[in-house]
Design a protein around this ligand. Structure first.
Ligand code: NAD
Ligand code: MG
Length: 392
């Protein structure tokens, strides 16, 4: 009898938010490691043309269009004939729970990713989490659901810290040095920041990302959100999560231990590396990106952030320290304010002002349920929108 040769078992991946910056880079990782990864399900909000192209390339079993206004786009008729099509916001969590999926990358932007992250953890599958807003808003409810090794952070700093802590006793960690490029406006005063335009803010020095996180990186709200994300992931107080300006973005973060030893994670500024690691863990596969020749870098520079000029960093600290529903308000108000800035309806410094006014108007309570978070999120969005309109 002829022996049968079965191919290696591939990890079956769902990518939620596949048309974004992280989503497209994840597809590239899957393309480069097609012997190890099989893409089986994809979601996109509105860019149905790109969704269909990816669904056809990877011959997926299921696709989802989360924005219902795009449900009738003619291009959807070109999905593979056996590909199931889901429509609406509930479709993303539904994809996450499919039996034919092992790992779910949540690469949706904003608090819209929370329901999907929750669904993945509940289903017992691995959560490769790019969507930091999920943890900022719902960390109190999500973290207790995550088994050891189930939640792999894709955010480059958090992926780095995860690796620095591997094999270590977490109680022997003294602090985290969370690195930050400083963004395009590093060194500017608050009066200079008041003048910057959307065009200036969208030009990030070291990373090429979606519009929302690019603005968050310019206001440093991104780093504020990341401190709260790290607080949940690594169970440390914010006082032990220190922001370190590292202009070259080559050190992705560091952990300092009680004995004074510091372990740093370095590498190329390429999100495909942390995305791939969240898929391959605990293995390491061949690099998806060009390697760094450290002899050519010249120097690595360090500095402290200016918490007064970059108010969002301070607001995020206040929200993280208070905890409860306040980070949810911070996040929702920021999403509305950033959107308004991107439509030229709010100034750059107006972003922090709107976020602060929403936080001031909110009565913080402990987080008890996802429904409560959705209500607080909706209130904060409505309040922030009113504030933006009133400034108009
Ligand atoms: P992006 O704007 O490029 O892509 C967002 C994706 O989410 C798109 O596929 C879009 O279709 C989908 N989406 C948008 N609104 C949605 C909604 N309401 N419901 C469901 N899906 C929706 O964003 P990005 O830069 O890829 O970032 C995605 C997430 O990853 C963010 O949470 C961001 O903070 C995080 N992240 C990004 C980077 C990066 O380099 N881009 C790095 C670290 C973390
Ligand atoms: Mg990051």
């Amino acid at each position: 009898m002829q022996p049968t040769f079965e191919g290696p078992v591939r990890v079956r991946v769902a990518i939620l938010g596949c048309t974004g910056s992280i989503g497209m880079q994840a597809l590239d990782v899957c393309r480069q490691h097609s012997d190890k990864l099989e893409v089986v399900a994809l979601s996109a909000h509105s860019r149905t043309k790109e969704l269909v192209a990816a669904a056809r390339e990877f011959d997926v079993h299921a696709a989802c269009v989360t924005d219902e206004t795009h449900a009738q786009d003619p291009v959807l008729g070109e999905l593979p004939s056996d590909c199931e099509l889901l429509v609406g916001p509930d479709g993303a969590p539904a994809l996450a729970q499919r039996d034919d999926v092992d790992v779910v990358l949540v690469a949706i932007v904003g608090a819209a990713g929370l329901a999907a992250s929750h669904a993945v953890l509940k289903s017992g599958k691995r959560l490769a989490l790019a969507n930091k807003e999920s943890l900022v808003v719902g960390g109190d409810l999500l973290m207790p659901l995550a088994a050891p090794g189930q939640l792999l952070p894709v955010d480059s700093e958090h992926g780095a810290i995860y690796q620095c802590l591997m094999g270590e006793n977490p109680r022997e960690a003294h602090c985290i040095w969370l690195t930050c490029s400083g963004g395009p406006f590093y060194g500017r005063s608050i009066s200079e920041l008041a003048q910057v335009t959307r065009h200036d803010a969208l030009a990030h020095p070291t990373w090429n990302m979606g519009a929302k996180i690019t603005i968050d990186s310019a206001t440093l709200m991104n780093k504020g959100l990341e401190r709260i994300e790290a607080m949940h992931l690594f169970g440390m107080g914010l006082d032990r999560i220190k922001v370190l300006i590292q202009r070259e973005s080559k050190i992705h973060s560091m952990v300092e231990f009680v004995d004074g030893s510091v372990i740093a994670h370095l590498g190329a500024s390429d999100m495909r590396i942390p995305i791939q690691y969240a898929f391959s863990y605990p293995e390491r596969w061949g690099t998806p990106a060009p390697r760094v020749d450290f002899r050519t870098i010249g120097q690595l520079t360090f500095g402290a952030p200016d918490m007064e000029a970059f108010r969002c960093l301070k607001l995020a600290e206040a929200a993280g320290e208070a905890g409860g529903t306040l980070p949810c308000v911070l996040n929702a108000a920021n999403e509305i304010a950033v959107d308004a800035f991107l439509r030229d309806e709010l100034s750059f410094t107006g972003i922090a002002e709107v976020v602060e006014a929403c936080m001031d108007a909110h009565d913080r309570s402990d987080v008890v349920s996802f429904e409560q978070l959705y209500d607080v999120d909706a209130w904060a969005r409505a309040h922030a929108s009113t504030l933006v309109a009133a400034r108009g």
